[in-house]
Unconditional design. Structure first.
Lengths: 420, 64
């Protein structure tokens, strides 16, 4: 017997949770919605945190995702500044940090991820960057600091490096691999990413992992590398990736393995419980088991999870073409698809002036495209990926577009709800 | 149905082009999106709504 849904709890007050709520209301769901968020802030957008918030050009308020009356117009009960601490799927009950419990018919898990930290004693001056509080603390540290060491050369580390240079700080970017970004983008494009930093005055220390951070009187003053060399710094930013925020599900029976495990339609193994955004791992129809930590995916998977909740018989697999971007210095980097370090790479354009597209091929098929300052090119890559183009055909089509199949917007949940 | 692009907000992601290429376009040398038809036909409403929703800069609005 299927129970009618009249109480939905969304755990996680960020982009995926907001998208899920809008999809629920758009599809005509008019029951109760409770939004539980660990942070006290109204839902905000994260991309500016590593850029305009750090350089002091965008206020915290301007980062809000929606107008201040959004929760009223969407009839959402807010429980912000509140952790979810336990889930009992048998009783359909969620326990909150203040000891309250709330029952649900449907639950959306959208708790996202938390930043990995370095082992060892806590020192002031050592930062991670995930939340608005983190960004504001780092912005203050930048205002009083002079030398910044960034541990990890991923997109977050690279964007923080660019922001630190923009406010006039001396910056060292420390990357354990021989080339930044090489683990995902491969050595060819990774080398360009590294050069972009040195061109803008960033000191690159590649090929040696970090052993520890150290300081005096509880404040960091250096990073010690595995070869005993030292990078002096009064601000250290740790950008070593993230972990899915799933500890609150311990003992619930909801399956977890580097993320909340979902089926192809974003449902977990617990009845009435779906997951979306950075925290969700699901079997992508063409990419296999993945978890995607991108803005675009948070919106679309939030919609897909909401649809799955309202339509228990819905089986349509959620199969987006991953898309992510990064702004570093004056360069806009866009990635469509899932590049891997071992893929073949064909470069179109001129990497020397940071205006090119790298196509990635795997087993004869186009697997991804990475473009620098070539915005339109990414859209063509997306279409070619949607069409399942061969690597060879993709290179021809990029050189000489001709008529391309119309998109195949494989990633949009269908049918779409109303946007209110 | 009327589509409005805030050109100051648009950052040329072009995700709207993926969602509704009949209404939005982004050339190789373009920094921002071009609207091909700011009063699209009713049958494109869902696609345009999707475009509005997937814009990372909230640069698009749709009015009736």
């Amino acid at each position: 017997v299927r129970r009618a849904i009249s109480e939905i709890v969304v755990v996680g007050g960020s982009l995926a949770g907001v998208a899920a709520i809008e999809e629920l209301r758009g599809r005509g769901y008019c029951g109760r919605i409770v939004l539980v968020g660990a942070e006290a802030e109204l839902p905000y957008d994260r991309p500016p945190l590593s850029k305009q918030v750090l350089t002091g050009t965008l206020s915290a308020r301007s980062c809000r995702l929606r107008d201040d009356d959004w929760h009223d117009t969407h009839e959402v009960e807010l429980a912000l500044g509140t952790w979810a601490t336990a889930l009992d799927p048998g009783r359909r009950e969620l326990t909150l940090g203040d000891g309250r419990t709330t029952s649900y018919d449907g639950l959306v898990i959208a708790t996202g991820v938390t930043a990995r930290e370095l082992d060892g004693p806590r020192l002031s001056g050592v930062h991670t960057l995930r939340t608005l509080d983190d960004a504001q603390a780092l912005q203050r540290a930048f205002a009083h600091g002079s030398r910044v060491a960034i541990v990890g050369g991923g997109f977050i580390g690279a964007e923080v490096a660019a922001s630190a240079r923009a406010v006039g700080l001396e910056v060292t970017l420390i990357e354990a691999l021989a080339t930044p970004r090489a683990r995902v983008l491969g050595p060819t494009v990774g080398t360009v990413c590294g050069r972009l930093h040195t061109d803008h005055g960033v000191h690159l220390r590649c090929g040696v992992p970090v052993r520890s951070v150290a300081g005096i009187d509880g404040h960091v003053d250096r990073v010690v590398l595995a070869d005993d060399s030292i990078v002096e710094a009064d601000v250290v930013v740790v950008g070593l990736g993230v972990r899915p925020a799933v500890a609150w599900l311990d003992g619930s029976g909801v399956e977890v393995a580097d993320g909340v495990l979902c089926d192809a339609a974003c449902r977990t193994n617990a009845p009435g419980v779906v997951a979306a955004g950075d925290v969700a791992r699901w079997p992508h129809p063409t990419l296999g088991s993945i978890r995607v930590e991108h803005w675009q995916n948070a919106v679309m998977q939030g919609c897909a999870a909401a649809a799955a909740l309202l339509e228990p018989r819905r089986t349509e697999p959620y199969g987006p073409i991953p898309y992510v971007w990064s702004d570093q210095f004056d360069v806009n980097i866009q990635v469509a698809g899932e590049p891997r370090a071992e893929d073949e790479v064909a470069i179109l354009g001129t990497p020397d002036d940071y205006r090119f597209t790298a196509l990635y091929g795997r087993h004869g098929r186009l697997s991804a495209g990475v473009s620098f300052n070539s915005r339109g090119a990414t859209r063509r890559v997306t279409r070619l990926l949607a069409a399942g183009a061969s690597f060879e055909r993709a290179q021809e089509a990029m050189h000489d577009p001709g008529p391309l199949p119309l998109p195949a917007v494989a990633f949009i949940p269908d049918p779409l709800g109303e946007v209110t | 149905m009327k589509v409005i692009l805030d050109e100051l907000r648009c950052d040329g992601h072009g995700t709207c082009v993926d969602a509704c290429p009949q209404v939005f376009a982004l050339g190789d040398d373009d920094e921002i999106v071009t609207i091909l038809n700011d009063a699209p036909p009713e049958e494109l409403r869902d696609a345009v709504r999707t475009a509005v929703r997937v814009c990372p800069k909230a640069a698009l609005t749709l009015s009736d």
